[in-house]
Design a protein around this ligand. Structure first.
Ligand code: ZN
Length: 171
């Protein structure tokens, strides 16, 4: 229970990040945050029973440096594709990068030519283009727009119903 995820909101109620219950309780105890949504149950400590938070709000505003560039990394590709295989649509943490036009055929290492693919789809496609492999892309890969918005993986917002009203509807 102490390791359950907790959504951390900025003082402005904007989602900021995710921490664990343990950390959230420390922040509340130190008056650095308040609980805005109660999760399930209580944690018994020598100091008394604490309700388990699932959403907390910081008591002062945290200013984040504006993100100007999104680096092309595995993780950023997976995030852009919402941890979903772009061929079969399966949401999984076991993803690989697939070059739509294969590298050995001079496919570029760019946002527009790289997608997330599950291992079976990547094996099936092998060194072919989607057309040759008869595998249709779910979405055209694009360079993500720069955004300060914090992205929550869908598997979190699905299991933590209390979070949904604080998350931008786009995610
Ligand atoms: Zn797949």
């Amino acid at each position: 229970m102490i390791n359950l995820p907790v959504l951390v909101l900025n003082q402005s109620f904007e989602p900021l990040n995710i921490c664990r219950v343990r950390r959230a309780i420390v922040l509340i105890y130190q008056n650095k945050a308040e609980m805005v949504e109660n999760g399930m149950g209580v944690i018994r400590t020598v100091g008394g029973d604490f309700p388990v938070p699932t959403v907390i709000r910081l008591s002062s505003i945290v200013r984040r440096p504006p993100r100007t560039v999104r680096r092309l990394t595995r993780l950023e590709i997976f995030k852009r594709d919402h941890y979903t295989c772009q061929y079969c649509g399966k949401e999984t943490s076991h993803l690989t990068l697939d070059h739509v036009m294969p590298r050995y055929r001079h496919g570029a290492h760019t946002w527009e030519n790289i997608v997330s693919a599950c291992v079976p789809c990547n094996r099936r496609k092998a060194g072919r283009t989607p057309q040759e492999a008869n595998m249709k892309l779910k979405h055209e890969p694009v360079k993500p727009r720069v955004s300060g918005l914090f992205y929550i993986p869908a598997y979190y917002s699905n299991i933590r119903k209390e979070w949904q009203k604080y998350l931008p509807s786009a995610s």
